[in-house]
Design a protein around this ligand. Sequence first.
Ligand code: BES
Ligand code: ZN
Length: 753
Amino acid sequence: MEQKQSIEQFKGRARLPNFAIPRRYDLHLRLDLSACTYSGTVQINVSIVEETKFLVLNALELDVHEVCFTNSHGQQYRPSDVVLDGDEEFLVLVFDQALGVGEGVLGIGFSAVLDAHLKGFYKCTYLDGGEKKNMAVTQFEPVDARRCFPCWDEPALKATFKIAVDVPSELTALSNMPIISEKLDANVKTVYFEESPIMSTYLVAVVVGLFEHIEDTTSDGVKVRAYCPVGKSDKGEFALNLAVKTLDLFSKYFSTPYSLPKLDMVAVPEFSGGAMENYGLITYRENEMLYDHLHSTTARKQRMAIVVAHEVAHQWFGNLVTMEWWTDLWLNEGFATWVSYMATDILFPEWKIWSQFLQQTTGGLVKDALEQSHPIEVEIHQARSILEVFDDISYKKGSAVIRMLQSYLGDDIFQKSLSSYIKRFSGKNAKTEDLWSVLSEESGVKVSEMMDAWTKKKGYPVISVKAKEHILEFEQTQFLSSGLQGDGNWIVPINFSLASYDRHKSFLLETKSREVDISDLVDSFDNEQLWVKINIYQSGFYRVNYEDKLAARLRKAIEHNSLEATDKFGILDDAYALCEACEQSLSSLLSLMDVYRKEVDYIVLTNLINVCYNVVKISSEAIPDSANDLKQFFINLLLFPAERLGWDSIPGEDHFSALLRAEILQALVIFGHDQTQKEALDRFQTLLNDRNTPLLSADTKGAAYIAVMRNASISNRKDFESLLNVYREANTVQEKERILRFFCIFSGPGYSS
Ligand code: BES
Ligand code: ZN
């Protein structure tokens, strides 16, 4: 009774009590792939830091057989009670005699089922010459290492890991570190890996399967390998090349070499996310790692660069320096996102990836305008809710506020500070404040004062701007998509251009409102040609609400093609958000959209298409009669770029034409443009006769498949059946995934756009 009460004291806390600290794990997993089970032993070197009768660690869905604690004098202690609490996800070991302060080794024997739930140590299947076979993969982040072996499963409880696995002799076994030796016993081989440097449990990984690999070496001599399905290793070349280049690039950018002797990347056939940055062993969904120049779209190629750069960046930001607790997850994900754009911009300057970064910013602005949003630094009350924090606030708002800070402090200071931060916290854990203090030291700016409201509070401001003769008036309030307003007390880095990009000003808005004199920029502001654009290049995480007079001038500037693409994107994005929040009328939004009629820029047009989708979606529910007129208006807006691009790629055309063609054709089909729909169906017919027809490329197939699905109905299943056949016959993940995505577009009852 007394004991049970004592166990109660550990319940309902997000974090483990700290009687003992793990230092080293010696883990041996014995896999039975045909029975889909495994057994394991783990010897954990621990420091007992407070005399205790309890050891509390994490375990979930494990059968624990044997437990023994041995202290540094060789005395053995067996627990009188072993409690596995499935709700709390912990394993409590109760000892009759207190364990004294000092070093010891905790040995645990356990076994578990290798299920197919895509987390912990799980089973997935692959085809070996048409035969389905099992392989095993780990996915531990955020809190599923505890499903694989008992451990102190918190990011700050770093330790070294020495891993060994028993696997069928014909399979490849991979882990974080290189193999040191292998021992064969009949048809089971034991693979021993080198001991890792100090690292967090969520980054431990094991993969066992049948692969074919290709390899390359970085200029620092790090061996990089891409493990692909058998027969598909050529498809790993693009990712391999990206990994080698980004490893070199980040070693320089952070002035710190990559800390492990090798980096492996594996394409996993069944995977819950896109990719996972396990230390030295990055795992990917097949479609995120395998590039097929015939079947992968241009958008996919670009995404692959971002994904590889993101996971490689984590090897420093996340793996070498780790967040102290999941509250600071954004330090991992926001930074990896931001830095992946930086690397992609260096590797592919022609993609102008920073202008596409605005899709991240907008994604963050949309989610953070909801009353249900949360601060970037989020309180975590329960382990199982951590997964919810991997959201647009951590990734998109996180990366966007980093970009805002970087443009305020300047690239050089920012880079210097980041490499100091990485050096200072190497092998350790850090909090948001730690990063701010390094940035403050290097820049002389009081960074936490400026950033606290952005990371500790949810939401962001909308800046209302009015002009009175030679004065601009700025006022901030919180922006909410419901139209309600909260208080505005952010410290906002504001910049603006007046009539030309050479004439600009910047200041920190530190109060609710402020007036700025512009007489040094222009003699008189009366002239209607004089536009003013706030938030130049959209580098700030806020929205702008221009008074009517200023909005009209901006419309003219767009018509006269005086603005940069990023600014044209921002003006439209803010106008749509204000309209959705009932701060502006639909007719003013439509008259703004109308000035984008001659637009050719990819980033502006994708935003225009998105706004069209949103307006159709909202209005077809609110004012159903208007939907067709609106669709026709949007079709007319898109016809100019559509006619320019056509269906077939033009030899030597730029990256953006390929990206844009895919999106515009899809939009025209979705809005019901007869000619595009008909052309799409005709081209689909040619594809049915010849799967390699040049009339449909990876980029234009999407539009054709949408047309097929829109044409299908309960009474007309013919085209749908044909598409189903194309799916069944496809032998690339790219084609299969594309078709799967479009199967859900069905214009039967209930489908509205
Ligand atoms: N660390 C994450 C993987 C992850 C996500 C683990 C959610 C647990 C829960 C990884 O670095 C990541 O962010 N992956 C993204 C792709 C990335 C390029 C944005 C993903 O999986 O979608
Ligand atoms: Zn990430």
